[in-house]
Structure formats: C-alpha cells, structure tokens
Design a protein around this ligand. Structure first.
Ligand code: CO
Length: 619
C-alpha cells in the first residue's frame, strides 16, 4: 500500500555574505561592483532572504568607499527578482549611533521601502521597547516586513521570562517575525532550546530566525538546537566569508540539516559558485590588520564582545599605538558593562562600552576620560539600561545633570527641516542625500564634497590606500627581491640613524614629509613622545605651551556640526572641554589640563591628529 510521503520539515537559510559576513571579516570593505558581479547567482541560490544593507555598510560606503549606499540598494534590487532583501535597522538609531527624530526615521524607512528593501530586522541595543515603536510602526506603514529582535546577552537580569515579555511587546506593535540576535556568539545550545521553547509556547505563530557568530565556535550546535525547538530560519554565509567572527557556512548547516531530514531549499552548486568568486576576491578586500584573527576564541564567553567589535577594538588600539593593551581592554570590558547595568553589546552600546573600556585602560584611571556618548548613555538618552547604572558612577559622570525617564526620541525636535537648511543645495542630488546627511553629517558631507569635484580632481578613495592581504604580500615580495644596500661608512651610519629617527617621527604624523638636511643637524631627543617633539621642530616659531591630543583621531571644534565649543582667545578652567577628537567612531572631548587661555588652534576641523601632537597653543 502506497503511503503518503510525510511532509518534510523545513529550515530556511538567510544569506549574510553581503552584510554581516564582510562587516565581521573584511571590515565592511565589499564594494558595490563586487556584489553586482555575482548577484544573479546569489538571487538564485535558494535563500529565504539576502541580508545586504545596514548601518555599518551605509557608513563605510560613504566614509571609505566613496559610494552612495542608496544607489547600492537600488542596483541590488534591480537584479534580485526572486529573493527578498533584508536589512538591519537599529530601531530609533536607524542607521547611525544615536537616536534620530521620528520624522527622520520615518522618512528613511519610506525611502528604504521605495528603493527596494523588503525585510527590516529592527533591534534596540538595550531591548527597550520604546526605542522600537516608531521603527516597527514605520515599516508596517510603508509595506515592509517588520522583524522584531531580541538582542541576546547574559546577565543576572536577562531571563527567558523577560525575553518572552519583550517579544510579546513587539508582537503588540505588529511584528511579522522575530530574530534572536546572538551578536557575540555566546548563546549556548541548551539556552537556545530553552529560549525558543519558551517563545514558541507563549507565541506559537511567531516565526523565529536565529542569528549568531562563529566567534566561540558554538553557533552550528546552537542553530541545530534552536531549529529543533521550533526556529524556522538561520543566518549563514558562504564559506570564504564564514567562521571566525562571522556566521556559520551554508554548506555546513545544509549538511547538518539534510542529515536530520530537513528541506533547506539551498542550491549547493550555486553556493559553491558564489564561494569560489569570493575566494578569489578575498586578498583584494580583506585588510591585513584583520587577517590574523583567532579561528575560535573561547575568551568571548567571558568578555562578550560581538563579531565586528573585536576587529574594531584591535584597529582602534593599533591607531592609538597600543595594540599590546588588548588583553587589558578585554578584561576591563565586563567591568564597564556591569557598571553600566549590563547592556547587550551591539551597536551603539558595543562602541560606547568598548571605547570606554579603551579609555579606562589608556588613561590609567577608570572614568577619568568619559566620552560624550557614555555620558548620554548614563543620562538615559539611549533608553533604559537593563539594570540601573552604578549610582556612584552615574553621579560622577552626570556631574549635576538629571537623567531622563521618557522615550528619548520624545525630546528630539523634527530633524528634516534643519538638515535641508544646513546643506548646500549644490551638493544634493536626491532626497536620500538629505537622509544620509541626517545619519552621518560629517561623513556624508565629506562624501558629497568629494563627489561634487570633477573626477580628475578627487582625492583618492580612502579604502583604496588601505593595506589589504594582497598588498601586504606584494610588499613582502618586493622587499625580499630588493637588492641589499652596500654597507655604510661610520659617518654615513651616524647620519642614517638621525635620519631614521626623523622619518619615524614625521612618519608617525601620517604624512610623507621629506627629511631636509638642515633639520638633521638639530639634535633629536629619542626618548620623548615622538609626535609632540616632531611638530615644534618643524615649525620655525615653536609655541611655548600647547594642549595636546589625548587620542589619535579627527579634530573638531565641537561635537555638533557647525558649532564651536571654545573660541580662540577664550579663557578656560582645568577640566573644561575645549574641542573634540572623533576616534573610534565616537566624539571624545579634549579637556584643558590647566586654567589657561586658548590662544589659537593649530589644526583645522576635520584634520587628523596623532596622540600627543599639539592641537592648540595655550597661555
Ligand atoms: Co551579526
């Protein structure tokens, strides 16, 4: 007797190759042309959705690649006819690192829908439902699929019961599905089973998608447990862009689930074709600095740093010439997180906590340097922390200011009219440009000005000058093949040492400054802070006293575009903020080290400065 074939269980795969995977492994450096060349195969691979857009891709497009992120979205949509496009939306933070007014957020969502986005994974770093309201309602209003999110972390206050409560709040706002976002790869299989079982019991009709990172190596086992407990989709990437701090590979998960009798809809020959393409591209795109990441890092189970953040922290420390302090920063981070009421570490809290940990280690005294963002966080401007911030610390950081208790965005006036007014009409090509400006004013402006120049007068594209694996290999080869120099005479050798000191001094300022013979005659102090010594030697009239950069970063007169913190000639007290250094994506105030007069600034807004170099002449 013929028996009706039992209906196969199904698990769907969402592809993260074009977003999270290259954000985690290639510092988000995938170009639009890289995507377009293989996109037909991606669209045909049988994925449930293609994740291809989000905050970091948006920022990096303009900042480092000199591309219009909106144009990328349109071009991807023009090719993808079979598979829905998916993006990561940071709730009220939209694509940025702070809360935006409701009018800006709504207009962004409308434009994203119009340009072809289908599925919006909306998350809030603090799991504060008030920060998701406007995003979820906006997505529903403009016809998108609203996916809610639980940002997974563990702490004494993060329980299954609390997560289920948070999921129900999102269902009440109208979400179509729910993602469990394990951004650090710390969700264990047993906890995943418990969490998904709890959610399925309370909300049986809510589709659940799992998102994780391979950092600790647990993700495939976790996916398996979650799917067996009722999750319907998992996030994976092609093999070349999988593993390490990225997602598990499609191929691995396909084999696991096929063996368990699941239908995946994945076309394995297509996945191989796509993987071969990215394998060839990898040396051109992966940065040398990120190439030596750990295959498996079980330390993550202690420090909870999410995928993209580890490589960020490493390059931030390298920028500050303090890469050797990484272990201390990783130890400091859980302490900062506890002080701050156990926020999950995901953008923007990952940046805020990460930079604060870096500042706590580099300054030598915890919280003696506090970024503006840390202060805003403590003030409640990012939402409610899962547990209260350490009261003593809150008092110190707020310094008399009062914390807020309302939805932070309720305090923001509409942002679109002002943005439209602030922008030079000659620089704007589309309405999307205004939205890009709202998200990242300095970055967008830099990109617009670059774009406005005739092609042959544009500065080089920042990403093109970065050290990729391919360039590092070429350099090593050239060095190995270079003819060995003849041995130096004793006199020449002495001169070369002084010259070398100068090259290393000026080299550390980032420019290609030629060593002039007269300068070589000046004695060089070798044990002093290099950059601080170099500048006075270069300028004929050396300023008597200077305020020096506390970090390596971009100098600004204020943390608000167009505004100025302290006028030249003004008198300030020790501890007063004088200007800002944008480093590690955050604005860090530079404070006066003593009561003094700010005679003049020695650098222009937007210029890069090195830690220790003079930024203002003081009296
Ligand atoms: Co992720």
């Amino acid at each position: 007797m013929a028996k009706a074939k039992a209906e196969k269980k199904t698990v769907r795969f969402v592809d993260t190759t074009l977003r999270d995977a290259h954000q985690s492994l290639w510092a988000t450096r995938m170009r639009t042309k890289d995507i377009l060349e293989i996109l037909e195969a991606v669209d045909d691979a049988g994925y449930y959705a293609i994740e291809c857009w989000g905050g970091a891709t948006f920022d990096v497009c303009m900042r480092f690649l000199r591309e219009d992120p909106w144009e990328r979205l349109r071009q991807i949509k023009a090719v993808c006819k079979k598979t829905p496009l998916q993006m990561l939306l940071r709730g009220q933070n939209c694509l940025g690192y702070k809360h935006y007014p409701d009018d800006v957020l709504e207009r962004c969502i409308a434009k994203m829908c119009e340009n072809g986005m289908d599925i919006f994974r909306c998350f809030d770093a603090l799991n504060d439902i008030r920060n998701l309201e406007a995003a979820i309602k906006g997505v529903k209003k403009y016809g998108g699929h609203a996916q809610g999110t639980i940002c997974y972390t563990f702490s004494p206050v993060h329980t299954v019961a609390n997560y289920v409560k948070f999921a129900k709040q999102q269902v009440d706002l109208g979400i179509d599905s729910l993602a469990i976002k394990d951004m650090a790869g710390i969700l264990t299989p047993s906890e995943a089973r418990e969490l998904v079982t709890g959610l399925k019991k309370a909300l049986p009709d809510l589709p659940i998608e799992m998102h994780s990172h391979m950092t600790s190596g647990m993700a495939p086992a976790m996916y398996m447990a979650a799917v067996e407990a009722g999750a319907g989709a998992i996030d994976c990437s092609v093999a070349t862009l999988s593993g390490y701090s990225s997602q598990p590979a499609h191929g691995t998960m396909h084999a696991i689930f096929e063996g368990l009798g699941y239908e995946t809809h994945i076309k394995t020959d297509r996945i191989t074709e796509i993987d071969n393409y990215f394998k060839k591209l990898k040396p051109e795109r992966a940065l040398k600095a990120n190439a030596d990441a750990e295959v498996v890092d079980v330390q993550v189970l202690l420090h909870h740093i999410p995928g993209g953040m580890i490589s960020n922290t490493r390059s931030q420390l390298a920028q500050q010439d303090a890469l050797d302090r990484l272990p201390e920063v990783l130890e400091e981070l859980p302490r900062v997180r506890k002080d701050m009421g156990y926020p999950p570490l995901v953008t923007p809290t990952s940046q805020i906590m990460g930079v604060q940990a870096v500042l706590n280690v580099l300054s030598g005294e915890r919280y003696s340097m506090v970024s503006n963002e840390t202060k805003q966080y403590v003030k409640g401007m990012y939402g409610r922390s899962p547990a209260p911030v350490d009261p003593k610390l809150a008092k110190k950081i707020l310094a008399g200011e009062k914390a807020i208790t309302c939805r932070p965005a309720d305090l923001l006036p509409p942002g679109l009219p002002e943005a439209a007014k602030a922008l030079d009409p000659k620089l704007i090509q589309t309405e999307e440009d205004i939205l890009s400006y709202c998200m990242f004013p300095e970055v967008a402006l830099g990109y617009f000005q670059w774009r406005a120049k005739p092609e042959d007068q544009r500065d080089p594209i920042p990403a093109d000058s970065e050290l990729t694996i391919a360039k590092a290999e070429a350099q090593a080869k050239a060095e190995a093949e270079a003819p060995k120099p003849a041995p130096l005479s004793a006199d020449d050798a002495k001169f070369a040492v002084i010259g070398k000191q100068f090259v290393s001094l000026f080299g550390s300022l980032g420019g290609n400054i030629k060593v002039d013979a007269a300068a070589l005659a000046t004695p060089v102090a070798t044990d002093a802070a290099p950059a601080a010594e170099a500048a006075p030697a270069a300028a004929p009239a050396a300023p008597a006293k200077t305020l020096n950069a506390t970090l390596t970063g971009t100098f600004y007169r204020s943390d608000k575009p167009g505004a100025i913190m302290v006028e030249e000639g003004a008198t300030v007290k020790a501890g007063d903020p004088v200007c800002c250094l944008e480093a590690m994506k955050l604005f860090n105030p530079v404070k006066a080290t003593e009561d003094c007069k700010i005679v003049r600034f020695l650098v222009k807004a937007g210029e890069n400065v090195t830690k220790g170099s003079p930024i203002a002449e003081i009296e």
